[in-house]
Write a protein that binds this ligand. Structure first.
Ligand SMILES: NC(=O)C1=CN([C@@H]2O[C@H](COP(=O)(O)OP(=O)(O)OC[C@H]3O[C@@H](n4cnc5c(N)ncnc54)[C@H](O)[C@@H]3O)[C@@H](O)[C@H]2O)C=CC1
Ligand SMILES: O=C(O)CCC(=O)C(=O)O
Length: 527
């Protein structure tokens, strides 16, 4: 008999399937602390949660029987995926069931902030008949900027078009074809900041999206802009938003999610009359809760019964024979993917992976998954080696594998080429006996870099004095350079400089670097 622990008020209708299963018993609990969970979890084979319960490493360490953690929702940021993977616990989510609920909350928030509905309600029930204060704005003919055009962002765009809004979308995976189908204009974050009357975010919270809307973007905005966040706290810089409201740039904001949940009693949003707040209710509809609970219950049953399942968001075990041959390359492959993913801009159309030397005769399919995961993980939440290829395919990204028996210089060589509509970049790496992982080529430039930590990739014209200027600027901002590599093809032509630094370079300093004479491009990477 399998024991399933159901937390966080997951819908009864949704878990009917589990209740009806002859080989399962279900315990429903809510509001347990980590200590309380640690005390009881050893009995359970499966656990189902929403966003409230944090499934920590400590809980998993106390759960020798636990085979699966089911997240009745999209975001898995409350589950320690690394710990689950290490223990062979499958983590599954329900990515589709709450799309409409969250999209509709976003729209409700947009209309509420356009017409100050909560503020007007409050005054009216307090006995005031105030028809002057609450003059709102219409959505029709306004520009809506959407950051993150996945499931929810696309549904918001569809509805906005019906309301007569002009929509500008930003998403690294939004191709021109798909944007055209949705009737959405493509724009950068800063273009959206400068042009939109309403801005809504629908990305996961990643290193890329944390504070993607912050002070520099608020400074670009039109006076009277309204901001909505029904995705994840931290995508919009909360303090910068409050400042932008105080300075009169932002006319109003509506938030469902916060950098810390629940927000502290003295959180600046809670007593700001221009900010509407809800307690993470995006997925809280009867329909969504039923959908996600049914999806997760089905998957939990499949996993408990050793049947095929979909929607796993962490890594399954790789067969031992394959593992022995490929394991040394997994980390290098993923880092090459992350490198090229972080340095290439625009919607990816094709990934070409070339294996040469020792790798040519091996079944490299699992390794390709690590590379693709590295590329996609910069933009998508929950990418793992199970779903990386599927996600690439579903986003229209073609993955091409090439093999050649010999590598001119190295006994093994992995090359990854990323093609977008306008750009094509290549990075190649090898495992050097005694030296470990090295990046040996970036575009046309031969290099020799250990792919670890914080990297700055700088394209520049090959002229005297540039290295000094870069070093001085970083040094004067307390960014210590650990290693430096320069690469060029011809004297005086275009060149690259790759620096590893002891800490991340602050965004302002990156801005100053780009302004230095003869620097053509600067990217910061974290590997
Ligand atoms: N408030 C709530 O209760 C709920 C919140 N959510 C959150 O909403 C967010 C979106 O959910 P879905 O649309 O289902 O996910 P999705 O995975 O379908 O879409 C996310 C999109 O963000 C894009 N993206 C990633 N990095 C980006 C970047 N740097 N700039 C611009 N776009 C970027 C991805 O390419 C992807 O298309 C997730 O964070 C999810 O956890 C989802 C459901 C309920
Ligand atoms: O389960 C919930 O209510 C939160 C939903 C959510 O944030 C998600 O699905 O990412």
């Amino acid at each position: 008999m399998y024991k399933v622990l159901v937390m966080d008020g997951i819908s009864d209708l949704g878990i009917q399937l589990l209740n009806d299963a002859a080989d399962v018993t279900v315990d429903k609990k809510a509001g347990l602390s980590e200590d309380e969970l640690v005390a009881i979890i050893a009995d359970y084979d499966a656990m189902m949660v929403r966003s409230q319960t944090k499934v920590t490493e400590r809980i998993m360490a106390a759960a020798p029987k636990l085979k699966v953690v089911g997240r009745a929702g999209v975001g898995v940021d409350n589950i320690n995926l690394e710990a689950a993977t290490q223990r062979g616990i499958v983590v599954i989510n329900a990515p589709d069931g709450n799309t409409i609920a969250t999209c509709e909350l976003t729209f409700a928030m947009m209309m509420a902030v356009a017409r100050s509905i909560p503020q007007a309600y409050k005054k009216t029930v307090e006995g005031e008949w105030d028809r002057k204060t609450f003059v709102g704005v219409e959505l029709r003919n306004k520009v809506l900027g959407i950051l993150g055009m996945g499931r929810i962002g696309s549904e918001v765009a569809r509805r906005a078009k019906v309301f007569g809004m002009e929509v500008i979308g930003y998403d690294p995976f939004l191709t021109e074809e798909r944007a055209e189908k949705l009737g959405v204009k493509l724009g950068t974050v800063n273009e959206i900041a400068a042009q939109a009357d309403f801005i809504t975010v629908h990305t996961p919270l990643t290193n890329e999206t944390r504070h993607i809307i912050a002070r520099p973007q608020f400074e670009l905005m039109r006076k009277g802009v309204r901001i909505i966040n029904c995705a994840r706290g931290g995508i919009i810089d909360e303090l910068a938003l409050v400042e932008a409201i105080e300075s009169g740039i932002v006319a109003g904001a509506a938030f469902d999610v916060y950098e810390q949940e629940p927000p502290q009693a003295n959180h600046p949003f809670l007593n700001n009359p221009k900010i509407i707040v809800t307690p993470h209710l995006g997925a809280s509809t009867v329909e969504a809760q039923e959908n996600v609970a049914i999806d997760v219950s089905e998957e939990v049953l499949h996993i408990l019964r050793d049947e095929p399942f979909k929607n796993a968001v962490n890594m399954p075990p790789v067969p031992a024979t394959v593992l022995n041959q490929l394991q040394p390359y997994f980390s290098l492959g993923e880092k090459l993917g992350q490198f090229i993913g972080q340095t290439t801009e625009g919607a990816v159309k094709e990934i070409v992976v070339s294996y040469a030397g020792d790798l040519a005769d091996v079944d490299t399919t699992p390794l390709t998954r690590y590379i693709v995961r590295g590329i996609l993980s910069n933009q998508l939440e929950g990418v793992n080696i199970v779903n990386a290829m599927h996600l690439a395919k579903s986003r229209g990204v073609n993955v091409v594998i090439q093999k050649s028996a010999a590598s001119k210089t190295f006994t093994n060589l992995l090359s990854v080429t990323l093609k977008t509509k306008n750009e094509e970049h290549i990075v190649a790496g090898t495992l050097l006996s005694g030296y470990g992982e090295r990046i040996v080529q970036i575009d046309q430039y031969p290099v020799d870099i250990a792919p670890n930590g914080n990297l700055l990739l700088i394209s520049h014209n090959d002229k005297p004095g540039i290295i000094g200027r870069v070093g001085t600027l970083l040094g004067s901002n307390d960014v210590n350079i650990a290693t430096m590599q320069v690469g060029r093809k011809v004297i005086g032509g275009s060149a690259i400089m790759v620096l590893t630094t002891d800490k991340q370079t602050p965004k302002e300093v990156l801005g100053q670097l780009v302004q230095l004479p003869d620097l053509t491009h600067v990217s910061e990477l974290s590997l």
